[in-house]
Design a binder for this molecule. Structure first.
Ligand code: NAG
Ligand code: NAG
Length: 215
């Protein structure tokens, strides 16, 4: 009996945790109507009589991203912004290109777990578990390998090969969102007061000022 109760509790908890992120669709599809100014949790549906194949379509993910930037990486997103047919469906995809030694710096996705596969090259990937352990879990990946980044955890990828690297990554959200750690902490607009950052990071104000100029 106690076991049965435990199983029920676990089941209820698991289901509610799963439902807590992106609600299940209530119709076949709900094509995002970018012209509608009404704000709902998601985007208003376009009239289904006007829906066409192109609402579910994106072209160009075979094209390399331009990695000529200080990180040496480029993300090409395909989410509800690019494909209005993804509205309410709870999935999306990105292509990431990395120059040799290029980096996708520490960041997290507030609304989705991520599953990534390497199409070309080799990468060092990792994520950090939440407090208090803050355990770093890393793995070297080569072509054909798959790795998962759990929702909301800080993670990164670095190209550790001498050539270019390419990955495709899927998300359990039409709009996973991204929070870059350095951008959010040192590049917020307006800036976080420097006394907050000097105490939080236990560094001098000139270090904070320097980092704020970088982001
Ligand atoms: C939004 O309006 C433009 C211009 O009237 C039209 O071409 C486009 O198809 C509309 N988009 C949707 C999703 O209805
Ligand atoms: C790539 O980006 C750099 C820096 O923005 C730019 O100078 C260069 O022309 C771009 N290359 C291509 C092929 O678009």
């Amino acid at each position: 009996m106690a076991n049965h109760m435990l199983t029920m509790c676990l089941l209820v908890f698991t289901c509610s945790a799963a439902l807590a992120f992106e609600p299940s669709p209530l119709q076949d599809f709900c094509i995002a109507d970018a012209n509608n100014s009404a704000k709902v949790n998601g985007v208003v549906c376009k009239d289904s009589k006007m829906v066409e194949a192109n609402d579910f379509f994106f072209s160009g993910l075979h094209l390399p991203g331009n990695t000529s930037n200080f990180l040496g990486s480029k993300i090409t997103p395909v989410n509800v912004v690019q494909v209005p047919g993804l509205n309410t469906l709870g999935v999306s995809i990105v292509r990431i290109d990395y120059a040799p030694w290029g980096l996708n710096p520490p960041h997290y996705h507030p609304r989705a777990s991520e599953i990534l596969t390497v199409l070309e090259g080799s990468l060092l990937v990792g994520f950090v578990t939440s407090n208090p352990e803050n355990r770093l879990i890393t793995k070297y990946l080569k072509k054909g390998d798959v790795f998962v980044f759990p929702m909301g955890l800080v993670h990164f990828q670095r190209n550790v090969g001498h050539g270019h690297a390419i990955v495709l990554a899927g998300f359990g959200s039409q709009n996973p969102g991204v929070v870059g750690i350095a951008n959010a902490v040192f590049g917020s607009n307006p800036a976080i007061p420097s006394e907050v950052l000097t105490t939080a990071f236990q560094v001098d104000k000139n270090v904070v000022d320097f980092l704020q100029t970088k982001f």
